[in-house]
Structure formats: structure tokens, C-alpha cells
Design a binder for this molecule. Sequence first.
Ligand code: FAD
Length: 451
Amino acid sequence: MAAASDFLTEPERKTPVIGRYDIVVLGGGPAGIAAAAAAAQCGRFVLLVERYGFLGGMGTAAGVTNFCGLHANVHGEIRQVVHGVADELLANIAACGGLNAPHPVLGKTHAQAYDTAAYKIAADALLAESKAVIQFHALAVGVVMETKERIKALIVETKSGRSAILADVFIDCSGDGDLAAFAGAPFEKGDDAGNLLYPTMMFRVAGVDPVAAGEAWRTIPALMEAAEKRGVKFPRKGAIVRPQKHMSEWRVNVTQVKNADGRAVDGTNALELSFGEIVGRVQAYEFFEFLRAEVPGFADAYIVDIPPQLGIRETRRIRGLYQLTAADVISCASFPDTIGVNGWPIENHVAGDVVWRWPDIPGSRGFNHLPYRMLVPQGLANLLVAGRCASMTHEGQSAARVSGACFVMGQAAGTAAHLSLAAHAACADIPIAKLQEALESDGAYLGRDVT
Ligand SMILES: Cc1cc2nc3c(=O)[nH]c(=O)nc-3n(C[C@H](O)[C@H](O)[C@H](O)COP(=O)(O)OP(=O)(O)OC[C@H]3O[C@@H](n4cnc5c(N)ncnc54)[C@H](O)[C@@H]3O)c2cc1C
């Protein structure tokens, strides 16, 4: 076996340039979909680069199948607080017949389940309507810099070979901050001790008898406790087992994947990821057997889907001009450079459990502003970072990583990239009032009307 210190030198080669765009977006998750759609709707020539053959990010590739953070509990009233591009995508998913009605979460807010196939079709359609170009099956592997602060090209590996894509502005929506890290942006991982939020292998079961199952999500925790007393071991508490739009199909969010030393599998470590996929599937099958044996309505159920990849909640968080914190989430902070809101609480996936911390309900407005500065990485002029790898502390990210806030960040990053080109300015120096005006005229909600 080769030692970690073994290297070989590859021969120098010329890399073909396969395109030149105004704006290149890396990653087709909620942040990337919104960024590419918004930038293209501003009239820019936009390319979205995605390693898989479909959009949706963790929402499809990791089988999340549920939008959180679209709603907030505003002084006791649950409202949808994320609009703009998100509304267009929701309408497309609904038109495909794949959007469930919003459902209550812990009696405090709402989430909204969807079918992955509908999400993929709806996101393709949104980008086609917006006239953004998509390059699927392209893994970003590096950048070529023009100066220390400016990125010139994104390097991708595809079945057609290694190639370069030029752009004036880049938006990193890779979830892992790959592009920003290639470009030398500073980043953090995990809490003060480096502990990442734990990953989960999602799965869905079909063939559930909806009448017999009833509101099984309420009774499953007690059934798990009873099984534990008999010696059954579960990867974590806080099981989320809920029906999709078609009541015979349920999603199961209950596994927790760790290394032999108990630490979370790191989604930027290829060996750990490979190990995690296998452990995740073992855990999924074990929990499925528990569901079938113990939970009314599940006796004839079967696993209909284990998604293409392990669900990764947190890897690199790029250091930007502002880091969103836990205190910002809990205190429902306001920022003058608001680009939209996060209404999801802190949802911390710690060893063996999920720990929630909410703003005061109904005493608060239930959401914090997301400041533009969290999208602007330190030290780079033509890069924005949106989504779960944006500038947040570990706990701030455990709230604003969910889809709702990622749509907000993506739409703002796409619009801001357009404004930086229009103003011939670095991303850090764009006129904030103009950004806010553009976002509001495109239907986004900036949360400035409620205190
Ligand atoms: C198990 C689990 C359950 C969750 N439950 C919920 C939930 O119920 N509701 C909710 O709203 N959120 C949930 N989340 C969180 C949410 O799904 C993610 O935080 C969100 O999808 C992040 O969006 P993003 O666009 O920042 O990144 P991602 O969704 O991670 O998308 C990044 C995209 O970039 C692509 N990419 C990455 N690197 C490269 C590269 N080098 N080259 C090319 N392409 C690349 C990926 O393939 C992916 O498509 C959950 C997450 C997990 C893991």
C-alpha cells in the first residue's frame, strides 16, 4: 500500500477552454439553483456546473425530500417567509404533482415535503425558463487564478476530459466550499473542537398502510425507547419518520454515521465518505427492519429508495466579511444589509441526538436577517459563496444551512454577481441598496417590516 507521503509528478499538459461566461455557479443544490436562476434572469450569461446528472443537491442526491426554513413562527403566526426564486421552484414542483402541503414541526413551525423526481424536473425547467446553461457530470477540481484576489477559470473533470471554464464572477454553491478553498479562501470546519454535524443516510419506504400508520411519527419515539429497554441499539434519538405527498411513502431520517473514533464522517474526506456510505446503508436497513416489525402500518413496507449519496450537513464554512452566529439566530438579529431571512432554529446533530434551540415563541418575530456580508469571502474580489458553506459559525450553520435560507442566499448571490459586473466593482463593494431593491422587485422578502 502506498504511504501518504508518496507522490508522483504528472506530465505538464494543455487544458482546453470549453466556455466563457459572465457568471459560473458551482453546485446545483438549493443555493446553486437560486443563484443561477437569479443571475440569468438579470440577463447574464450563466453556467451552472454540477457533478451529478440532476439538480437539487442534498435535497435529491441525499434524499432529504423536505423543505425546512421556508416558514417562520412570526409572533405566533406561522408564515412563509422565503419567496422570490423559491416561489417559482415551488410552483414548478406543485405543477408536477410532487409538492405536499406544509406540515407542522414540533408544534412551532412548518416544513414541506416533496418528491425527488418532481424536484429534479421542476429545477431543470426553472433553469431552462431562466436561460441558464447547465453542465452536468462535471466535477470541479481546481481553479486558475488571474491574481491572488481574482479567479480566472474553474477546472473541471468530465467524461470528455479535463477542461477550463472562464468567467468574470464565480459563485460557490458546492456545499463544501470547494471552489473557494481551491482559490485560497479561509475556512473553518466544525465546532471549537472540530466536531462536524453528523451525517445521515436518508431512505424512503413505500407500501405503508396510511390508515394503520396514522400519526406514527408521534408514537415511534416511544416504540424506540421500549426497544432500547430490550437491548436494541439505535444510531440516534430524534427520529424523523414522516409521510410524503403520497401517504403510502414515508421518509426516514434516523441514521447517524460516525467513524470508529465516534467523530462525524467528514464529507471532504473521500475515504471516510466511502466508509460512511456503507455504514449508512447498514443502519438504514436495520432501522427498516425495526419499522416493519414494530410500527403499525409498516408490516408490508419496502425500501423504495436509498439515495445516491450519504447526507452531509456540514463541511467547510468559508470565512466571510460577517459570520452568522447562534446568538443572531436566537435573538432574531437584524442587519442593515439584509438579503432575506432565516426562520429555522438551531438544529444541532450531536453524537446520538438532535438538539434544538428556538427563538422565543411567540415573543419574537421568529426569524433573523441574513446579511449580504456572509456571502463575501475574505480576500477574493470576484467570488461569492452561498448555501451551507457560507460564512456562519458551526451553530449558526446548524440553523441557516436548511433549504429556505439556501434559496435566499443563492438568489442574493446571483443578483449581486450581476450588480458587481454592472458596477465594475468587487463583490464586496456592490451598492447594497440596489441589491435590496432588485431582490424585492424580484419577489424576495427581506424581513424589514416586522420587529
Ligand atoms: C440528512 C440530511 C437531512 C436534512 N434535512 C433537511 C430538511 O428536512 N429540510 C431542509 O430544508 N434541509 C435539510 N437538510 C439540509 C439541506 O438539505 C442542505 O443543507 C442544503 O441542501 C444545502 O444546500 P446547498 O445548495 O448549500 O448545498 P447542497 O445541497 O449540498 O448542494 C451542493 C451541490 O454541489 C454539487 N457539488 C459539490 N461539490 C462539487 C464539485 N466539486 N463539482 C461539481 N459539483 C459539486 C453537489 O453535487 C450538490 O448538488 C438536511 C441535510 C441532510 C444531510
